[in-house]
Design a binder for this molecule. Structure first.
Ligand SMILES: Cc1cc2nc3c(=O)[nH]c(=O)nc-3n(C[C@H](O)[C@H](O)[C@H](O)COP(=O)(O)OP(=O)(O)OC[C@H]3O[C@@H](n4cnc5c(N)ncnc54)[C@H](O)[C@@H]3O)c2cc1C
Length: 386
């Protein structure tokens, strides 16, 4: 007999798992996640830095975080599983007047939308908080105490297990290879484990989203872009309770991780493609910037074998693409997070579940994130991409 599901989710990373959680929590139980790998988390979710923040510049990204961060803070109670939320904050360091203006404008927007835990910080305060920072050029900054970090893998497992305990099924080692469409509506998917009849398919395929969309005849503007992270060896020369600290001069950022630190930088010379090899030349580029801002980092030891690379899923305006596809009934998108898929996974699950089950949502204005914005020329611009 042909398998059937009310909703098929293509991709079992944190986004697919959150959608499954929100659908089952809303009472839609016959949900099937199809994941091509033998284990979930082998895509970007398992490679992420786990940063969560509400300090964005556009209202829609701020609103996505205003749902997601309180969700993460109550995750363990709601789901009976830890997500590792650590509200250690995000501290942006401004070194130019334009940075200060940008942070002040963002602050006003964030507060007007209801964020209560963000505040401007003076250069003196930053110096007092972290005397280890080179601060002769720091003009001020912005700090939000509820920003912080989660364990993306654990959150993904928590979402999946809750959904599975409430009716959802997960097919691992099963690849979606085709999507059937009849008279402008989705009717099913073909997988390496057989066909499934369904009237709703969600594309949650991360950096591979354009390939899945193409199976339904849709050109989706989502491109993979390599991002690399460097974990350091144990280091006790900087406080363990530090927030994510972002040097706005060049985008270098770091946060405590285990007994060391996790170092990141957005290399502007990186080009799109499915590259997941770690380039050892990246280490010197990052360590140079690290030592410029944190002189004690000159003594940091790193082991190139522990560093890794993963893929961001970039859209032309650095905002996610969420919701239905007008010309293809029953096909839904949860793609293109442009580096924010972990922090926005809870809101994405809620928005998708709302749109699939009721056709509307009050988390955000879904029109803003609909794929139709590209053809209509209604692009958004988020400049706070890390
Ligand atoms: C180095 C790095 C650092 C990052 N740091 C942060 C951060 O600090 N904060 C943050 O919020 N985000 C961060 N991100 C981004 C974040 O990791 C992603 O946005 C997020 O994990 C996307 O989740 P996803 O479930 O959409 O994708 P994925 O986790 O990639 O899951 C997609 C899944 O779809 C599966 N799939 C693909 N095609 C098919 C198919 N045809 N059939 C079946 N299955 C299929 C894949 O196997 C994969 O498991 C970072 C990313 C990287 C690489």
């Amino acid at each position: 007999m042909m398998e059937t599901a009310d909703v098929v989710i293509v991709g079992g990373g944190i986004v697919g798992a959150s959608i499954a959680y929100h659908l089952t929590a809303a009472g839609c139980r016959n949900v099937l996640i199809v994941e091509r790998e033998t284990h979930q988390g082998k895509g970007s979710t398992g490679k992420s830095m786990g940063g969560v923040r509400a300090q964005f510049s556009t209202p829609v990204n701020i609103q996505m975080s205003l749902y997601s961060i309180p969700f993460y803070s109550s995750f363990d109670e709601r789901l009976g599983f830890p997500c590792g939320y650590r509200p250690q904050g995000y501290l942006f360091l401004a070194t130019r007047q334009s940075h200060l203006t940008y942070l002040r404008d963002n602050y006003q927007r964030q507060v007007s939308l209801g964020l209560k835990t963000v505040r401007p910080v003076s250069a003196e305060e930053i110096r007092a908080m972290y005397p280890q920072l080179r601060s002769d050029d720091i003009l001020g900054g912005s700090f939000c105490s509820t920003d912080g970090f989660v364990d993306p893998y654990s959150a993904m497992v928590g979402f999946t297990q809750w959904a599975a305990a409430h009716g959802a099924r997960v097919w691992r080692d099963a690849e979606v290879t085709a999507i059937s469409v009849e008279r402008g509506a989705v009717t099913g998917v073909t997988t390496s484990r057989g066909c499934v009849s369904t009237r709703a398919v969600v594309n949650a395929a991360g950096a591979w989203a354009a390939q899945v969309a193409a199976m339904a005849g849709l050109a989706l503007p989502v491109e993979p872009l390599r991002r690399m992270l460097i974990p350091t060896e144990p280091f006790d020369g900087f406080p363990r309770q530090a927030p994510m600290i972002i040097d706005m001069t060049n985008g270098f950022h770091f946060r405590p991780e285990a007994l060391g630190f996790l170092l990141a930088w957005n290399d502007p010379t990186e080009t799109p493609g499915y590259k997941t090899d770690f380039d050892p030349a990246f280490i010197e580029k990052v360590l140079t910037r690290a030592a410029e801002r944190v002189p004690v980092f000159e003594n940091l030891a790193v082991n190139p074998k522990r560093a890794w690379a993963g893929l961001y899923e970039m859209t032309p305006d650095h905002h996610a693409i969420l919701g239905p596809v007008e010309q293809l009934r029953g096909f839904f998108l949860a793609n293109g997070f442009s580096g924010h898929g972990v922090m926005h996974a809870p809101a994405t699950g809620k928005v998708l579940s709302d749109l699939i089950l009721t056709g509307s949502t009050d988390v955000v204005n879904p029109e803003l994130l609909n794929v139709s914005r590209f053809e209509a020329g209604r692009l958004l611009e988020e400049t706070a991409v890390l």
